[in-house]
Design a protein around this ligand. Structure first.
Ligand SMILES: C[S@@+](CC[C@H](N)C(=O)[O-])C[C@H]1O[C@@H](n2cnc3c(N)ncnc32)[C@H](O)[C@@H]1O
Length: 509
């Protein structure tokens, strides 16, 4: 950690992001088990690992990192009129502004060659044309130069001058009054200009189909309608902008939301990991930030495996698993989730592989899960099928684990496979992995030493992590009469693939 001390956190974040992007571009793979996203690449693994640890220990400091890093010069030149400050109803015409930009007068036939050779000196801003008709001379064009680099002909370096000489273009730089309109400004520039000076501007949103989902701060609320409209204007495909209110439905985990701008239609369609889902975003739980986690768990399954999804939502674990030819039993207590889950099974043509239930998770575990396990466990051989139970209700799932205690009465056959549970939980502890394991062990009343793995899913808020603890249910927990069985002294079945990685605590050392 020593060399990283004294660095600006923002710079470190940028460095890390660039590094990750670079590695991704080189098609590096993610490790299967990690305490923080750590990337594998020859010669870079240690750096990433070190950075992973650094980020993990300083995770609370990274939640407010702005999405867009500002170039101050760019901001001053391209900032809208100061009169827009305080505007609460969007008036696009008020953003008109004239700036003076340097231009070269170039004969029509030489323009293309010049742009090729002096591309780096041209105005660098998407949405702005680099060439304009020269109204004083039909045979010429005005080539717009970057005002940050060029003010007079002395701004050109030697090689620029050589190019201009070769093309017989005069290096004389004149000024052109360029009108900027609302369309030319970026979202941040508009909001920066409108909202009170010195206060945090965020235009960050999660996209769920045609809906942009924001989480505005109190000081932004007076501008909420304007913010919503700007998001719609600047993001093709976004038709509604909603703000998450502080009210969360305590049972079904969806947020109450307020439409800030656009259409009040919350029935939307999204694609995640190549699977389509439709649902009413105002009535069910959907979080686009979980797509990697859904993919990770489904990646652990093999065709023929059995998946029980206790808190299935609209199906982001269940449907891809069924598409992979697993047999799926998916449940959700929310009647709306159940309705859309059924709909999505049909939409993805997997209704044959899924049975869908609408009941409390506890009843599902004590009923359907018990029934299916009883029927299948004795006949399974390890080569054939694995059993997985996914429990993604991080606020409460741990408390459902006691249902697994003595769930089955029959003695395990020698080839029986114990189900693997993936149980999600939030933790605010300094050591979230140990905290979650401790709580799971308390509900199971057994130690999971050496037979569980913990995965950091995401940082939810400062000092609040979402974790996934995966473990194979110990036979002495699952079977009522296990202690009395002759097989009790026999070695337990092998641990499944997911548990081959050691616990997160070990990974971090
Ligand atoms: C955090 S969401 C997860 C949904 C989905 N698995 C996903 O990954 O997006 C939890 C789900 O559990 C459902 N739920 C809440 N309490 C429940 C209970 N007691 N029994 C069954 N489902 C429940 C909610 O309706 C919600 O859809």
């Amino acid at each position: 950690m020593q060399p990283l001390r004294g660095c600006n956190m923002l710079q470190l974040w940028c460095l890390y992001e660039s590094f990750v992007k670079l590695l991704k571009a080189q098609s590096c793979r993610r490790t299967r088990s990690n305490t923080f996203p750590i990337l594998e690449a020859e010669g870079t693994h240690n750096f990433c690992k070190l950075f992973g640890h650094f980020m993990f220990f300083h995770r609370d400091k990274f939640t407010t990192v702005p999405e867009v890093m500002e170039d101050k010069g760019d901001y001053e030149l391209y900032s809208p009129n100061p009169q827009v400050r305080g505007m609460t109803t969007l008036d696009r015409t008020a953003f008109r502004k004239t700036i003076s930009v340097p231009v070269l007068q170039v004969k029509n036939e030489k323009v293309n060659k010049l742009v090729k050779s002096l591309n780096h000196r041209m105005i660098q801003r998407s949405g702005l044309r680099r060439m304009l008709e020269d109204l004083s001379d039909k045979g010429k064009k005005l080539v717009l130069l970057d005002p940050h680099q060029i003010s007079t002909e002395n701004s050109f370096d030697e090689s620029d001058h050589t190019v201009l000489k070769q093309l017989e273009i005069s290096p004389h730089v004149s000024k052109y009054d360029l009108e900027l309109t609302y369309e030319n400004f970026k979202t941040e520039e508009i909001l920066q200009a409108v909202l009170p000076e010195g206060q945090c501007v965020t235009s960050a949103f999660s996209r769920v189909g045609h809906i942009a989902h924001m989480n505005l701060k109190d000081h932004q609320l007076p501008y909420k309608a304007l913010i919503g409209q700007v998001i719609i204007d600047k993001n093709p495909g976004i038709k509604s902008v909603v703000n998450k209110t502080k009210i969360i439905d305590s049972t079904y985990r969806y947020f109450k939301m307020e439409v800030l701008a656009g259409v009040d239609d919350m029935t939307t369609k999204v694609k995640e990991n190549n699977v389509s889902y439709e649902f009413d975003f105002s009535k069910v739980y959907w979080n686009p930030r979980l797509s990697t986690e859904h993919e990770r768990i489904v990646g652990l399954l093999k065709p023929g495996d059995i998946l029980f999804d206790v808190f299935a939502g609209v199906g982001p674990f269940a449907i891809p698993a069924a598409k992979k030819n697993c047999t799926v039993f998916a449940n959700d207590l929310n009647p709306e989730s159940y309705k859309w889950l059924l709909h999505n099974c049909k939409l993805n043509k997997v209704d044959k592989n899924i049975q869908v239930f609408n009941m409390d998770g506890r009843d599902f575990l004590l009923g359907t899960v018990k029934e299916v396990l009883t029927k299948h466990l004795a006949h399974l051989s390890e080569k054939e099928k694995a059993l997985h139970i996914v429990m993604n209700l991080p606020a409460l799932a741990v408390e459902f684990l006691d249902t697994l205690k003595q769930l089955l009465t029959e003695a395990p056959g020698s080839s029986a496979i114990l189900p693997t549970v993936h149980c999600y939980s939030f933790s605010k502890d300094d050591d979230p992995a140990a905290d979650v394991r401790r709580r799971v062990e308390a509900f199971l009343e057994t130690s999971l030493e050496g037979c569980c793995s913990v995965h950091l899913v995401r940082n939810v808020a400062p000092h609040k992590e979402m974790m996934c603890l995966s473990f194979q249910v110990p036979a002495n927990v699952l079977y009522k009469n296990y202690a009395n069985q002759e097989q009790a002294d026999e070695p337990l079945p092998k641990r499944p693939r997911v548990l081959e990685d050691s616990c997160a605590e070990k990974n971090r050392n």
